[in-house]
Ligand binder design. Structure first.
Ligand SMILES: *[C@@H]1O[C@H](CO)[C@@H](O)[C@H](O)[C@H]1NC(C)=O
Length: 317
């Protein structure tokens, strides 16, 4: 009889993998390297997240700042759920983001990605020059030309995500996140929900929301649909160490294990271009210095040219 148990367990796991609903980041039959078997878009050429390489971005001064409306304090009831993959807050349709091209997007939900596995604490999805931040927040919007998120999610120009990276250092407590973080205790198990009131998403973003990286990509979880206009803010959100720890250690997955390392690896850029609406100051300065040095050398050459010529003529005589 005992010999049957492992077999039964295998059959059970096999059946579940076939149903395909239980994708994971790093364990089981449908970890992130296998997503494309059940969700073909995950193997596409315009996937997210990506590494944002500052030396390869294209500065586009005509990219206007995002217009965020309804992001400030709103009374109301905002459900916050443990969906087995992350902590997610439902957002009201009065929250909107207008992109540089004038397209208006309606907010749907926000959720988080983090690390926390013992040897590896960082868990942002986008990296900057290869550096992974501690965590990342995604505010998911859909194009207002569609009647609902459900329709927009499969349309080619359906979605836009405003992302911000979270940095943890010896900072003081970020009080704009206190309620959210304390409520994590109430959604410990998958399927549990709680309600937030007086949500102020503007406060939960970095002070500078002007400067961003932007590119066309995909959802970072199955089905990985390639219809997301990404806006990754250049400035990070700051958490205290205690807040970072609580984010990483408060909620559980479907196996009642703490949700750790819930982020997707960076995907190939292929032939996409990442644009920014800010100048990359440190690099920009060194480029400028290089330019000045070159210019200086040229002037030096020009100045000494008549003398060289004279010297040459003299020599020929
Ligand atoms: C997880 O823990 C809860 C509470 O103890 C329990 O009700 C549930 O059955 C557990 N689930 C699994 C998959 O072990």
């Amino acid at each position: 009889m005992a010999a049957f148990l492992p077999l039964l367990a295998l059959l059970f796991l096999g059946a579940r993998a076939q149903h395909g609903s239980q994708w994971t980041y790093s364990e089981g039959a449908l970890d992130q390297t296998q997503w494309s078997k059940e969700y073909p878009s995950c193997g596409g050429r315009r996937q997210s997240p990506i590494d944002l390489q500052r030396r390869n971005v294209q500065y586009n001064p005509s990219l206007k700042a995002l217009k965020l409306t309804g992001y400030k304090s709103q009374g109301g009831q905002f459900p916050m759920t443990n969906n087995g993959h992350t902590a997610q807050i439902s957002l009201p349709p009065t929250m909107r983001m207008t992109a540089a091209d004038g397209t208006e997007y309606i907010a749907k939900q926000m959720h988080f990605h983090w690390g926390g596995e013992s040897s590896e604490i960082s868990g942002s999805e986008h990296t900057i020059d290869g550096i992974r931040y501690v965590a990342e927040v995604h505010i998911v919007h859909y194009n207002s030309k569609y009647k609902s998120y459900d329709i927009a999610q499969s349309a080619p120009d359906g979605l836009a995500v405003l992302a911000a990276l979270i940095k943890v250092e010896d900072y003081g407590e970020n009080t704009y996140y206190s309620t959210f973080i304390s409520q994590l205790n109430n959604i410990r198990y998958p399927g549990q929900s709680t309600v937030l009131s007086d949500l102020d998403i503007r406060d939960m973003l970095p002070e500078n929301v002007h400067h961003y990286y932007s590119y066309k990509g995909s959802l970072t979880t199955p089905p990985c649909t390639e219809n997301v206009y990404w806006f990754v803010l250049a400035s990070p959100i700051m958490f205290s160490r205690a807040q970072g720890w609580k984010l990483e250690n408060s909620i559980l997955d479907h196996q009642n294990k703490t949700l750790h390392n819930i982020y997707r690896m960076t995907q190939p850029l292929n032939n996409r271009v990442v644009e920014t609406n800010f100048m990359n100051l440190p690099n920009e300065r060194s480029e400028f210095q290089l330019y000045l040095t070159k210019l200086g050398n040229k002037l030096e050459n020009l100045k000494s040219l008549p003398e060289k010529k004279k010297a040459k003529e003299h020599h020929q005589e």
